[in-house]
Write a protein that binds this ligand. Structure first.
Ligand code: FAD
Ligand code: THG
Length: 807
């Protein structure tokens, strides 16, 4: 077969890196077109100051940066001057500890320094102004244009060509596939694959082919000083961040470059960019907004007093992309095969992104978990221009803010509410936002239970300020009540699909790991794997009738994955039924006593067993009940049409009075599922992990004919890391996720998710640990400024022999 023809739009750091990585994988018919000159094209890369700080809360982003540093180093386009982040407030100092924790967890060399040691590393810093700093010796400066050119050269050596002054005005298609691009001078470049690496122009390009690329171009201030007399131009000072004031710094010989995020967010209108940037050296530069820089300059002179002897010499507002969650936008257009995007990528992550996307294009699967970066990760509502703009502007504002791991969006809100929303408000729900849904985290109405539970011996350990945020001890009461009485949980935001048609059973068998072809009425827990055997999702599949399945999923990416793999003959119909339906979890030892009187069918364990489905009525409400419980208790998920939601709530609430039913929230929900050993996809396991490593081997039926990922599992080596439950020793100790875990004094893994267990009165956490670390072994977890001891526990902590859930 002849090689696929690839056209890459954009020769910035991303386009050039892609050309290199794709040709390295053997596809050499690659053409890169840029509207500007090569390689100072006029895009964001052309003026990027090139600071590379690798530390990130996301393990994937840290790894993408690590690879970029390694590659640019080998290309002689990286200066590892080190990175220094300083704290001028106690909150930031604690935050730097948290970042140090991420660095340790992801394997980035790092240390915390006192003020004096910071000033030794960066002699311009006034040590009296700072508390301390976080030092990462392998961070440094990317020479972005040099790196672009070097990668382009390697690609050219393998056969790629680069076209300057070649603007793409149209992406050509036929029959749902790209066929090439048309350029401004009327040429057609034929292609089987078109990759948009057009940086902040990407949203416009996407629009031409009906694709929403959720990014917003924003202007950001960057200034260079004149010569600083105190600065030795031969000194190699670390790149510097002063996040408390939204500032960062690098040196250029004896001059200092200053970047500032503290100014008013300035989304850029691409429609008027040509006029707005007229007179500037390039189209990604806008005139400097001088007045807005004044606080930045004053603060810079405070931190770096030597700046008093100089002034700003040249400055501009440079444009680059912001996204609603700060992650890049990567993937293939679902409705236009062969049309890819790789945008909103920093120089910092560029080579790593290019490698992953090249693998994705050439081999079908990225070589690293990219779910946080996936083009299709957004809910429908989150793809609206209004949502993209507001949240991306917010991302700019928050770029250096201290963000709590459980912090949810404050706007837009109330975009999706379940039919129980008003009732929840009446009960004093505190709502978190997730996937555009309002989700009750706890209910003030349950405060009345506290004295009773405390008298019963339930403990409410004190928490530090950080872990007390987005938290209420009411969740402990709600969790306990679920294990001893009965509680209602709003499961409406659980993504669900109807999969139907004569090909539905075969389709689900082929797509997932477990045997989902059992009799109607059966529910199966099963996994979606990628071709490398990595976990893409975990699902429940309820067979409601021969050709009708209800799938409980984890979010938009599951829909995307299914949609891409549907047979072309119309034999399978996939429908997202999340909107328009609702779901209540009714769980606890009293669940059956509460619900049975409402139902014409026999709900006894014998008649309606564990992991079974039943279509029936509660009162006059048609419902689908699944005997499934993520909290690990007797009870059901009860689904009905949204129009019945309010009535369903009132019916159950009324029936529950005699049983003292409560409404319970997400924090209790999370703590209960941790006790039960249930994983949360995206946090605990991702495509990076095989089922066996994640403790989910039981959901894989290797004897089944064939399913996606089976081959990879057949040849998989035993996992080096295993997901384990650990229990913290100190009842007052709490971790929140992503903390480094040490075994015998050396960092060996990291926490994924955590929660307080009301059952054992300790915080539980899942952690990836070397497979030879066994139940009973002691580990240590670094939490901010503290170190906690913990012990690996057998799983699950609660109800290991399934007597509670199968009663
Ligand atoms: P670009 O470099 O913009 O490349 C896109 C290319 O596509 C351009 O060359 C453009 O001409 C071309 N193009 C667009 N449309 C078309 C078309 N229709 N046809 C043909 N060609 C087209 N990142 C860091 O990691 N560290 C930093 O310290 C840092 N500092 C920054 C400071 C400033 C002031 C700014 C503005 C950005 C900074 N960034 C930093 C961000 C970084 O510069 C960008 O994220 C990165 O350069 C984007 O690379 P890219 O290849 O995607 O986009
Ligand atoms: N409910 C439904 N669908 C879902 C979830 C849910 N899909 C997405 C996500 N949550 C899937 N996660 C789980 C995790 C564990 C279980 C159910 C959904 C579970 N596991 C049993 C166990 O491990 O003991 C499975 C037992 C079995 O295989 O028989 O219950 O919350 N609808």
């Amino acid at each position: 077969m002849t090689q696929p023809r690839v056209v890459i739009i954009g020769a910035g750091i991303v386009g050039t890196a892609l050309a290199d990585e794709i040709t390295a994988l053997g596809w050499t018919d690659v053409t890169v077109a840029d509207r500007g000159p090569l390689f100072r094209t006029g895009g964001s890369t052309s003026h990027a100051p090139g600071l590379v700080f690798q530390t990130n809360g996301s393990k994937t982003m840290a790894e993408l940066a690590r690879y970029t540093v390694e590659k640019f180093g080998a290309l002689d386009a990286f200066d590892a001057v080190g990175g220094l982040e300083v704290a001028t407030t106690p909150e930031r100092w604690v935050e730097l500890h948290r970042r140090h924790g991420w660095a340790k967890a992801w394997g980035i060399e790092s240390r915390l320094l006192d003020a004096q040691a910071c000033a030794e590393l960066h002699p311009l810093v006034d040590p009296d102004l700072i508390i301390g700093g976080f030092h990462t010796p392998t961070d440094g400066l990317a020479l972005a244009v040099r790196a672009a050119e070097a990668q382009a050269r390697r690609a050219v050596e393998r056969g790629a060509r680069f076209l300057a002054y070649c603007e793409v005005v149209e992406i050509l298609e036929s029959d749902g596939r790209v066929t090439g691009v048309r350029t401004a001078d009327g040429q057609e470049l034929p292609a089987d694959i078109v990759v948009c690496a057009a940086g902040f122009w990407g949203a416009e390009l996407g629009r031409k082919v009906g694709l929403t690329v959720p990014l917003v171009p924003m202007a950001h201030q960057f200034a260079k000083t004149g010569a600083v007399p105190a600065l030795d131009s031969a000194a190699r000072l670390p790149i510097l961040r002063h996040q408390d004031a939204d500032l960062y710094y690098r040196t250029y010989g004896d001059r200092i470059g200053i970047g500032y995020y503290g100014h008013t967010p300035r989304p850029v209108d691409i429609g008027t960019l040509t006029e707005d940037s007229a007179g500037e050296p390039m189209p990604s530069m806008l005139p400097f907004t001088t007045a807005e820089f004044e606080p930045a300059w004053a603060e810079s002179v405070r931190l770096l007093p030597a700046l008093a002897d100089t002034k700003v010499d040249e400055a501009f507002d440079g444009i680059f992309s912001f996204t609603p969650d700060g992650f890049p936008i990567l993937g293939e257009h679902r409705d236009l095969a062969g049309c890819w995007v790789a945008e909103a990528v920093w120089v910092t992550h560029s080579a790593g992104v290019a490698r992953a996307v090249a693998h994705w294009i050439v081999e079908g699967t990225p070589d690293i978990d990219l779910h946080e970066c996936d083009l299709y990760r957004f809910e429908d509502a989150a793809r609206s221009p209004e949502f993209i703009r507001r949240t991306s502007v917010q991302a700019f504002v928050e770029v250096y803010d201290i963000l709590h791991p459980h912090q949810y969006r404050s706007a837009p809100r109330n975009v999706r509410t379940s039919p129980f929303f008003d009732r929840h408000r009446e009960l004093g729900a505190f709502f978190f936002e997730g996937g555009c849904w309002e989700r009750p985290a706890w209910f003030e109405a349950n405060r009345a239970l506290l004295p009773e539970l405390a008298a019963d011996g339930l403990e409410f350990p004190r928490r530090d300020d950080w872990s007390s945020r987005f938290y209420s001890p009411l969740s402990i009461a709600e969790a306990r009540w679920t294990r001893t009485h009965v509680a209602l949980y709003d499961m409406t935001p659980l993504t669900r699909y109807e999969v139907s048609g004569r090909g539905a059973a075969d389709f689900l068998q082929r797509m997932t790991t477990n045997d989902v072809g059992r009799k109607p009425g059966a529910v199966t827990y099963t996994l979606l794997l990628d071709d490398n055997g990595g976990i893409r999702s975990d699902l429940t599949v309820a067979r409601l009738s021969e050709h009708h399945f209800q799938v409980g999923a984890n979010g938009p990416l599951d829909f995307d994955w299914f949609a891409r793999h549907l047979p072309g003959d119309g034999s399978v119909i996939l429908r997202d039924i999340t909107g328009g339906t609702c779901c209540l979890g009714v769980w606890g030892p009293d669940a059956r006593a509460m619900v049975q009187p409402l139902c014409p069918d026999d709900l006894s364990h014998r008649a309606f067993g564990y992991f079974k489905a039943l279509r029936t009525y509660l009162g006059s409400i048609p419902v689908t009940m699944l005997r499934v419980s993520y909290v690990g208790e007797l009870g059901w998920e009860i689904y009905t049409g949204a129009e019945h939601g309010a009535a369903l709530w009132d019916l159950l609430w009324e029936a529950g009075r005699a049983h003292r039913v409560i409404a319970a929230g997400r924090i209790a929900f999370n703590s209960l599922r941790l006790e039960k050993g249930y994983r949360s996809w995206g946090a605990d396991m991702t495509a990076e992990h095989t089922p066996e490593a994640a403790g989910l081997g039981f959901a894989v039926r290797m004897s089944k004919q064939s399913f996606t990922g089976k081959q990879a599992l057949e040849s998989a080596a035993p996992p080096g890391k295993t997901l384990r439950t650990v229990v913290l020793d100190d009842p007052h100790a709490v971790v929140l996720g992503k903390e480094p875990v040490s075994v015998r004094g050396a960092v060996a893994g990291y926490v994924t998710s955590a929660g307080y267990s009301a059952t054992i009165g300790r915080c539980l956490a899942y952690a990836w640990l070397p497979s030879d670390v066994q139940p009973g072994d002691e580990v240590e977890i670094d939490y901010l400024t503290q170190r906690f001891t913990a012990r690996v526990h057998t799983e699950p902590v609660v109800d290991p022999d399934m007597t509670l859930i199968r009663r």
